[in-house]
Every structure is written in structure tokens, then in C-alpha cells.
Design a protein around this ligand. Structure first.
Ligand code: GDP
Ligand code: ZN
Length: 353
């Protein structure tokens, strides 16, 4: 039932962008509106659109011109962001959960590392979650956990099917702030979320219904409430996250490298790439060194193939020296269609639906 009108257009209110679609965004109000209205479908104020200000999922915004009976309003301002994850574009992220399966598909340390590197590049805390733990013997699961601990992480092993590790994961996700869940498709992210939050489907349906789209038919990100103040962004899977563009920045995305530098002090050369240079504090005797080398090679190749673009293929553009995601599909649909199709092919990967 629709809430009663509150007597015409109300004063502005603050809310959080929980989903984006073309020129609309879904905004969860910080406090309930008349009749308990909590979610508004919003356009952008013209002057905001003209200023080029982007809107991302996770943004705190000010909405004005609220039409309570219709559940519509317009975003008038975007509050400053504490962080911005680039791909998927999510603002104000508190932590990133990287999910990889221990089996089906078999765990690949390089792919896992690439996800971890991408997550680390955001500067937010990273939690690896090893899913489908029911498919391996307990000793093999424990070996994987120890391995990731050696990388500098505190992983959780979980199984949506048996419930193993779900309480520990719930504790993590109930921390205040926005948690982004990422990982390749097919590793069980949706199964985990559904196991943790049986009401999720309802909420998904509510948001998606308004926006006229299904949950899994979209590459867009949506935020779901798990506990008061704790939101989870379920991101579309992608199989090959991008590496940073600067080879010198790669090392700092490996916790082992940071730990070695903290222990041993800086390397002799400030631009050391930790490949056996004289007086390198990091050295080469660490488990992921071959993976680090491989990433370094891949990154060099990427750079040779595609020198610094004016606009990042992930849907980012440079504004005032900063990268910002593009919002309105209206503006990018035609020019970016082929890029997006390419990304979708990448994201599906071989044999993925
Ligand atoms: P997503 O693409 O990461 O969201 O993965 P889904 O949640 O759609 O799961 C992919 C497949 O893995 C489905 O066939 C699930 O039934 C299966 N699956 C998910 N979680 C588990 C688990 O804990 N154990 C096992 N054995 N299979 C799982
Ligand atoms: Zn070094």
C-alpha cells in the first residue's frame, strides 16, 4: 500500500544509493518517510547532471522534490566519498570479500591473486573466502587456509550447502559499512548470500521490480541490508580483474611484500621491482613470488599493448585528475556497447553462462 502524501513536495533528505539503472537510481532513506517509506526511485537534478557529477552505488546523496505517493524524487547532491572502488563502481566501501571456490571450479592461485590484488588496490581491508569447502577433505581445506595465512590473509572456509563457516562470515558482513563481495562466477556467491539472508530475495525483488530488471540479468551492482548499518554489494562476477597500470605499485598490493618492507626497511633502489635486485628487502624466497613475477609480466604486456588510455575501458573517465565512473547509460550506450560486450564475454569466461 502506498504511504499517505505528506502535503506536497518535502524538504530534502539524505539517503544511500542502493542501485543504479540508466538515468534512475534507487535511494534508501536514512530515516523512514511518511507511512514508513524507505526507498525512492530518483532521477538526477539537471544541474547535478550538467556538473558532470557521477552517482555510484554506495554514495550518500541528498534527495529533493520528493513525491511520496509515487515514491519518486531527484538527487540534488552527492556527499563526499571516503573511497571509490572502480570496477565494479561502488563508493564508500568498508571491506572487500573475495570469494573463490576450493573446487568446481578448481582454485587457481593466479586468478585468486589477481582478485586479491584488485581488492587491495582499493585500499580497503580484504577478506578471502574459500567456498565449497564441502568438496575437499578437511585436511586439504586446512592446507589452503594455512597457505593464504602465509600470504598475509585471515581466510574463511565456507560451504553454503553444509553451513560450514557461515556464522563466521555473517559476523564479518554484519560489521557496519558496505562490504563488496566479488569473485569469479560460479564460485557460490549468490548461494552464500541467500544462505545468510533468506529475506534477500524479497529485498532483491522489491528493488529490482521498481527498476524493471532481474537480479542476474544485469552487470550492475546492488546493495542489500544485512543488519542495521551493514550493507552488502553483490557484484557481477568477472573472471580476469585488471592489474594496476604502474609496475612499481604492484608489490604494495601483496601483503607479504609490505610485511617484508616493514621488517627489513626499504630496498636499496626506491624503484625496486623485487626481482633479485641488489639489497632488495623483499627477496624472491616467498611463495607467491612466481605469481608476482607473472603479474608483473602481464602488466608490462598490457602496457605495451595499450598505452595509457584517455578513458578507462571499465567505464571510467578522468575528471580533474581523478578517475570517476560514468553513470548514465544514455550517454554511453552507443559509444560503449562494443566495449561492454567485450567485457561481458571476458566476465563469462570459457564455459560460463
Ligand atoms: P555465483 O555465480 O558465484 O553466484 O555462484 P552460485 O551461487 O550461482 O553457485 C554456482 C554453483 O555452485 C551452483 O550450482 C551451486 O549449487 C553450487 N554451489 C554453491 N555453493 C556451494 C557449496 O557450498 N558447495 C557445493 N558443493 N556447491 C555449491
Ligand atoms: Zn625490492
Amino acid at each position: 500500500m502506498r504511504p499517505e502524501p505528506a502535503g506536497g513536495v518535502s524538504e530534502g533528505l539524505n539517503g544511500l544509493v542502493t542501485a543504479l539503472q540508466a538515468n534512475y537510481c534507487s535511494v534508501a532513506l536514512e530515516g523512514p518517510g511518511p507511512g514508513g517509506a524507505g526507498q525512492l526511485l530518483c532521477t538526477r537534478r539537471t544541474r547535478l547532471a550538467k556538473s558532470g557529477q557521477s552517482i555510484c552505488v554506495g554514495d550518500r546523496v541528498r534527495v529533493e522534490g520528493i513525491d511520496w505517493p509515487a515514491g519518486r524524487a531527484a538527487v540534488a547532491a552527492v556527499h563526499p566519498r571516503s573511497s571509490l572502488l572502480e570496477r565494479p563502481a561502488v563508493a564508500n566501501v568498508s571491506r572487500i570479500v573475495v570469494v573463490v571456490a576450493l573446487a568446481e571450479p578448481v582454485a587457481d592461485p593466479l586468478q585468486l591473486s589477481r582478485f586479491l590484488i584488485t581488492a587491495e588496490a582499493s585500499g580497503t581491508p580484504v577478506l578471502p573466502v574459500l567456498s565449497k569447502a564441502d568438496l575437499l577433505p578437511a585436511t586439504a581445506v586446512a592446507d589452503w587456509c594455512r597457505r593464504l595465512q602465509g600470504w598475509g590473509y585471515a581466510p574463511l572456509a565456507v560451504a553454503a550447502t553444509t553451513g560450514q563457516g557461515l556464522e563466521a562470515l555473517r559476523q564479518e558482513l554484519q560489521q557496519p559499512g558496505i562490504t563488496v563481495i566479488c569473485g569469479p562466477s560460479g564460485v557460490g556467491k549468490s548461494s552464500l548470500l541467500n544462505a545468510l539472508l533468506p529475506a534477500l530475495d524479497l529485498r532483491v525483488a522489491a528493488v529490482s521490480g521498481r527498476l524493471q530488471r532481474g537480479r542476474h540479468t544485469t552487470r550492475h551492482v546492488e546493495l542489500f541490508g544485512l543488519a542495521p548499518g551493514a550493507l552488502v554489494a553483490d557484484t557481477p562476477g568477472f573472471n580476469r580483474p585488471r592489474l594496476p597500470r604502474d609496475p612499481a605499485a604492484l608489490g604494495a598490493l601483496f601483503p607479504e611484500v609490505l610485511a617484508a618492507l616493514a621488517r627489513q626497511g626499504p630496498c636499496r633502489f626506491s624503484d625496486c621491482l623485487h626481482q633479485g635486485e641488489p639489497d632488495c628487502s623483499v627477496g624472491t624466497a616467498w611463495e607467491r613470488w612466481p605469481l608476482y613475477r607473472q603479474c608483473l609480466d602481464d602488466l608490462q604486456q598490457d602496457l605495451e599493448r595499450a598505452p595509457a588510455p584517455s578513458s578507462d575501458p571499465a567505464g571510467l573517465r578522468r575528471r580533474g585528475g581523478r578517475l570517476e565512473p560514468l553513470l548514465a547509460a544514455r550517454y554511453r550506450r552507443s559509444s560503449r556497447r562494443s566495449q561492454r560486450q567485450q567485457e561481458e564475454r571476458e566476465d563469462r569466461g570459457p564455459g560460463q553462462s
